[in-house]
Design a protein around this ligand. Structure first.
Ligand SMILES: Nc1nc2c(c(=O)[nH]1)N[C@H]1C(S)=C(S)[C@@H](COP(=O)(O)O)O[C@H]1N2
Ligand SMILES: [Mo]
Length: 421
C-alpha cells in the first residue's frame, strides 16, 4: 500500500470536486482562508449529517469532569490545555513501551465516559453489501485477536521548534517532542471485522467516527472527530484495539475501543470509536481537508495531503538539565521513523561541530523505535546536544524542517541546551 500514491489520488479527487461531503465552494473557501493565514472556515460534510452517524451508533457518552481523566503529575507530563505531553526525562529506564501513566494525551475536546457493556460499534455505508452491522465489545473480544507494537504520534509533534529553532509562525498545540508513545496494543484486525460485516469489492475508503463531543472550531461545529483512510490500509495492518500494554484501554486512550493505524499520523487512530463508515466513493472530513494538510509557501497548491510520519530523535532528558562537570554520564534517547527501522543515530555534544555514533541497546519489538546511548563526560559550562537518526531507507533528519503554517511533520534535528557545573 503506497500512501504517497493514495494521497496524490485523493488530492485529484478533492481538486476535481469528486468528493462526497466536500464541494467546490468549500474548497475555494478553504483555499482563500489558508492563503490569508486566518482561521479556516468549515469545510467538512454538514455537521448534522455527520453527527447523526455517531448517534446512529446507539452509544451515548457524557464528558468527564476534566478534559483528561488520569492524573498528570508535573514530573511525567507537561499540560497543554485539553492535551498533555510526555516529559522525555520520564522515559529514561522505563523500557520499550511507554507506560499508560505517562503516555501523552491528545483530546480535541474531553475524554468521554463510556459504558463498555452497552457500547456497540456500527459499520455502515455504500462499501458494505448490506448493513448496518453491529458488534458489541464481547463480539469483538470473541474474534481472533492480534497483539502489535505500534506508535501513536501526533502530526504536530515537535511543532514548537518551528518557532523556537526556526523563528517561524505556526498554529496549533505547542508540543515539544512529547506527543509520541509506543504501546503494545491488543485487539481485532479491522479486516476481520470488515469481512464479517459484508465488505463489498467496491469499497474504497473507511472512516471511523469518535463518540467524543463534536469539535467546534472558529464557532463552526465540524461534527464528531473522524478521518478516512483507504481500504488497502484498512485490510493491511489496522486494528481495533481494546487493550493497551496488557490492560483494558484506559478512558483517555479510547475506552472501550480505538483504532490503531500503524505508521500514520495520530489523528488516523480514532479513539472511542462508535461507528465506521465503509464507502464506495472517496470520503473527506475536516481532518483531511482543513487540518492535516501542508499549507505554506513551500506548498503552492491548496494544501498537500499527507498521512505518514517522519524521522525523529529525542534525548531522555529535559532541556536545561545540569550535569556534574567532569563526571562520566550516559546520554540516552530514542529514534523512530514510519518508513522502516532506524539504521544509525549520530549524537553531537558540541552544537553540531562533531558527531559520534550512538550505541543501540534493548529489544525493539516491531522495530517501532530504537533506544540508544552514548557516554559523555561534560566539561563545566554550557553545551548543546543534538541527535540525528537515519532509517534503513536512507531517510534522515535535516538541519531545518520545511515550514508549513499548521506546523506538522517537524523532522529537523532538535538542539537541546544543557550545562555542567
Ligand atoms: N475520537 C477522537 N480520536 C482521536 C482524537 C480525538 O480528539 N478524538 N485525537 C487524535 C489525535 S490528533 C491523536 S495525536 C491521537 C492521540 O492519541 P492518545 O491520546 O491516545 O495519545 O488520537 C487521535 N484520535
Ligand atoms: Mo494529533
Amino acid at each position: 500500500m503506497n500512501e504517497v500514491e493514495y494521497d496524490e489520488r485523493r488530492l485529484q479527487d478533492f481538486v476535481a470536486g469528486r468528493a462526497r461531503g466536500f464541494s467546490r465552494r468549500d474548497l475555494l473557501r478553504l483555499t482563500a482562508a489558508a492563503g490569508a493565514g486566518t482561521a479556516l472556515a468549515a469545510a467538512g460534510s454538514s455537521p448534522a449529517a455527520a453527527g447523526s452517524s455517531a448517534a446512529a451508533a446507539g452509544s451515548s457518552a457524557a464528558a468527564a469532569a476534566t478534559p483528561i481523566v488520569k492524573p498528570l503529575p508535573p514530573e511525567l507530563f507537561r499540560a497543554l490545555g485539553t492535551n498533555a505531553e510526555t516529559r522525555w526525562a520520564a522515559l529514561k529506564d522505563v523500557g520499550y513501551y511507554v507506560p499508560v501513566d505517562r503516555f501523552f494525551v491528545r483530546n480535541h475536546t474531553s475524554t468521554p465516559v463510556i459504558d463498555g457493556a452497552s457500547w456497540s460499534l456500527s459499520l455502515f455505508g455504500s462499501g458494505l453489501r448490506d448493513g448496518p452491522v453491529r458488534f458489541s465489545l464481547d463480539d469483538l473480544r470473541r474474534l481472533p485477536s492480534v497483539t502489535v507494537a505500534a506508535a501513536v504520534e501526533c502530526a504536530g509533534n515537535g511543532r514548537s521548534y518551528f518557532t523556537s529553532q526556526q523563528g517561524q509562525t505556526v498554529s496549533g498545540t505547542a508540543w515539544t517532542l512529547g506527543a509520541v508513545g509506543v504501546a503494545k496494543w491488543r485487539g481485532v484486525k479491522l479486516s476481520t471485522v470488515l469481512r464479517r460485516a459484508g465488505l463489498s469489492r467496491h469499497a474504497v475508503d473507511v472512516q471511523p467516527v469518535g463518540l467524543d463531543a463534536n469539535f467546534v472550531s472558529g464557532g463552526v461545529d465540524l461534527g464528531p472527530v473522524r478521518r478516512p483512510f483507504p481500504i488497502e490500509k484498512a485490510l493491511d495492518d489496522v486494528i481495533l484495539a481494546y487493550e493497551m500494554n496488557g490492560v483494558p484501554l484506559p478512558p483517555d486512550h479510547g475506552y472501550p475501543v480505538r483504532v490503531v493505524v500503524p505508521g500514520w499520523i495520530g489523528i488516523a487512530s480514532i479513539k472511542w470509536v462508535g461507528s465506521i463508515e465503509v464507502s464506495a466513493e472517496p470520503l473527506f472530513s475536516p481532518w483531511n481537508t482543513q487540518f492535516y494538510r501542508l499549507f505554506g509557501s513551500a506548498y503552492p497548491v491548496e494544501g498537500q495531503p499527507f498521512d505518514g510520519q517522519v524521522v525523529k530523535s529525542a534525548f531522555e532528558l529535559d532541556a536545561g538539565t545540569v550535569f556534574e562537570a567532569g563526571k562520566r554520564t550516559v546520554l540516552t534517547g530514542r529514534s523512530w521513523s514510519a518508513h522502516g527501522p532506524i539504521r544509525k543515530v549520530e549524537v553531537s555534544t558540541d552544537g553540531g561541530a562533531t558527531w559520534k555514533r550512538a550505541r543501540f541497546y534493548g529489544a525493539s519489538p516491531g522495530q517501532v523505535w530504537q533506544r540508544w546511548e552514548l557516554a559523555w563526560t561534560p566539561a563545566a559550562g554550557a553545551h548543546e546536544l543534538l541527535a540525528r537518526a537515519t532509517d534503513v531507507r536512507g531517510n534522515t533528519q535535516p538541519d531545518v524542517a520545511v515550514h508549513n503554517t499548521l506546523g506538522y511533520l517537524f523532522d529537523a534535528v532538535v538542539k537541546v541546551p544543557v550545562s555542567a557545573a
